[in-house]
Design a protein. Sequence first.
Length: 333
Amino acid sequence: MRPVIIILALAGFTYSMFSSDPAPPTAEELHRGFMDNLHQGNYDSIPSILNSLYEGLNRNPQDAQLNADLGFVYLWQFSERGRKAPVAGIEKSIHLSNYYFREAIKYDPGDPRLKGFQSATEICQGALSKDLDQIYRGYSDAYAAIKEWPQFNKFALSLVSSQLNKNSFFFRQAINYQWELIDDCSCKSLEKAKVLRSADKVFPELIRELQKTQDPLIKRACWNTTIAPHNFEGFLLNFGDMLVKQGNFDEAYTIYSAARLSPTFAEWAYRDVLEKRITEMKENRKAFAKRPDLLVVDDDRQIFINSVFSCTGCHQMSKNEFSKSKGDELVAY
């Protein structure tokens, strides 16, 4: 038997040396492939991204990053659904996003960003199914996630709550969170009154501070990174939209205008959207205040979260930026 075993072993070794079958992509390579498509705004690539991620997950079902990536891709598919004609069953994307974020938390319970995203999808799923208990759980989990990472998860919850009636408790809370985030992102005291009184001084100083910060939590949540290259601009666009919904046009103008100060503003794919927002605030107030259809997006006049750039508004790169980013290390989510 021993010679047979040796021959078989040598045959296997020889095959492994000369076989042309490529090694399957690693979880990190699959993550990079997903992010490359998100950075280019390739919404139509979502089916192929999902296929690749599922192949990776079949090989390693307990990989937190692969589960999280599936959660993100399904969230992207739902959030920017206005890019396509209405699709029956699109709400399943939110259900699956919530499921895979839960799986990711199971395998990486120490990442508060995953908890912020999962709680947001929990709220959305509850809203779609009109399940008040599920909505309550989502908000409860969101508040817990905020305690772990305020700068990141206040934004995640505010984004979801921006769809609600402008006079509701949760919408007003979301507005307050947006003002708090400007303060939370700085080592200085930047309360609302100071920001509005001295915006021409506050925002340039804040940008310089964020560019220099060595705090990774502040850098990721408050500034532009390899994951979210226009995070700062996207935050201000969303904040401005929320203020327009309230009818606070002067405040909205201040917030929208601050996005122009970003050193990457000229590369931002949605800079023209922001300029149009500034000139159409009165028209947008009425449109943003309408009760949204949670499944069908039937026009272009949508508040940030229901727009076709609710993900790419922060994550999409220009062609020039994407070309230069090749080989750059991706920071964590």
